[in-house]
Design a protein around this ligand. Structure first.
Ligand code: CP3
Length: 340
């Protein structure tokens, strides 16, 4: 088993810098688009054999970890908030949350019943993989923002209105989401994932004070519980330079940095006792290969070959990315950081 990703999570010496990319399985790959021509996104997620196939697709580029093909929104449907991925619009929640009564209607469920297909896919994957498997979940703020806004949002106005005007309802919602997320992550570890990532993609929308007041207790509760399982936990947010100290307090073996955060500054805020994942700008992969490699070299230089760096993008890969550039960058990172 190639364990350089897990070694880097634990800040142990590695033969070269491990690489994987968020959204590494997706529309930029013709093999993925071919499957999606016949099946919807949700059909793919709910069919373990297809999840197996799609999760394995990007490994041909030399990635040092696989990430389970799924979506952070999947737990919402069995809680009583069904949704779909609308063409070109992203996720659409059919009945967004507006009131205390709506929050009270959200319910707990058995993971094996509501998300058993993910656990089955993990078991299939573990039989095939020669690299570690990353499981994941969305963090409560990011999930709550989809539930309340009904989809993507610019200002997160509805979410913040509920948060500020009815903190009690907000806390009930965050607690319900945290409970499900925690159970789901535990079940993924039971099924065999080697590491987990908590995606708090939109938490950078909050000031540090508001993060500490309205979000941190919930995230801390999830992360500190999962860390007891002994698997590395990656804690990721976008636009979160101003939150890094607080996110570090919340937990995570590894902190994920987006590309706006200078890696050295970010690592300093996070502290030398944690590993770092990131942080190439995903749009750099649309540039000519030589330029993409130059930017990758800068990321490696900023990390300074310190143990505990996992090379990744600062956010998910874009559908218009040329697969050849992905392969070239993975190879470049391995070669320049010493793999032969
Ligand atoms: O990283 C991986 O390869 C694993 C798979 C994965 C997906 N979504 C597949 C997906 C992961 C880890 C996610 C996480 C996710 N989903 C996040 C957190 C990470 C981030 O990007 O900030 C968020 C916010 C979501 C919600 C979501 N799902 C959105 C906003 C969208 C539409 C965006 C888009 O690009 O159209 C999705 C759909 C989705 N999830 C796709 C994939 C591959 C595109 C599906 C398709 O049409 O084929």
């Amino acid at each position: 088993m190639n364990d350089r990703f897990l070694r880097a999570c634990r800040r142990e010496p590695v033969d070269c810098t491990p690489v994987w990319m968020m959204r590494q399985a997706g529309r930029y790959m013709p093999e993925y688009r071919a499957i999606r021509e016949k099946r919807t996104m949700l059909e793919v997620c709910k069919t373990p054999e297809l999840v197996l196939e799609v999760t394995l697709q990007p490994l041909k580029f030399g990635m040092d970890a696989a990430i389970l093909f799924a979506d952070i929104l999947l737990p919402l449907a069995p809680m009583g908030a069904p949704f779909d991925f609308a063409k070109g619009e992203g996720p659409v929640i059919f009945s967004p949350i507006k009131s205390r009564a709506d929050v009270e209607k959200l319910h707990d469920f058995e993971i094996e019943e509501g998300l058993g297909y993910c656990l089955e896919a993990i078991k299939l994957l573990k039989k095939e993989l020669k690299v570690p498997l990353i499981g994941f979940a969305g963090a409560p703020f990011t999930l709550a923002s989809y539930l309340i806004e009904g989809g993507k949002s610019a200002a997160f106005a509805k979410s913040k209105r509920l948060m500020y005007s009815d903190p009690e309802t907000w806390n009930i919602l965050m607690a319900k989401l945290s409970h499900v997320v925690k159970k789901f992550l535990h079940k993924q570890v039971d099924a065999g994932v080697d590491a987990v990532q908590l995606f708090d993609s939109w938490v950078g929308q909050l000031s540090a004070v508001d993060y500490r007041t309205y979000v941190q207790p919930h995230v801390m509760n999830i992360l500190q519980d999962i860390e007891k399982r002994g698997v590395p936990v990656i804690h990721f947010g976008v636009g979160s330079l101003h939150l890094l100290e607080a996110m570090r307090e919340s937990g995570g073996t590894v902190l994920g940095l987006d590309w706006r955060t200078p890696l050295q500054v970010g690592w300093e805020k996070v502290g030398a006792d944690r590993a770092i994942q990131g942080n190439l700008d995903p749009t750099v992969l649309l540039a000519p290969r030589e330029l993409a490699e130059k930017h990758a070299a800068r990321v490696l230089e900023a990390a300074g070959h310190r143990p505990g760096h996992i090379f990744n993008l600062g956010h998910g890969i874009l559908p218009e990315t040329p697969p050849g550039t992905v392969e070239a960058v993975v190879d470049f990172v391995h070669r320049t950081s010493a793999c032969t």
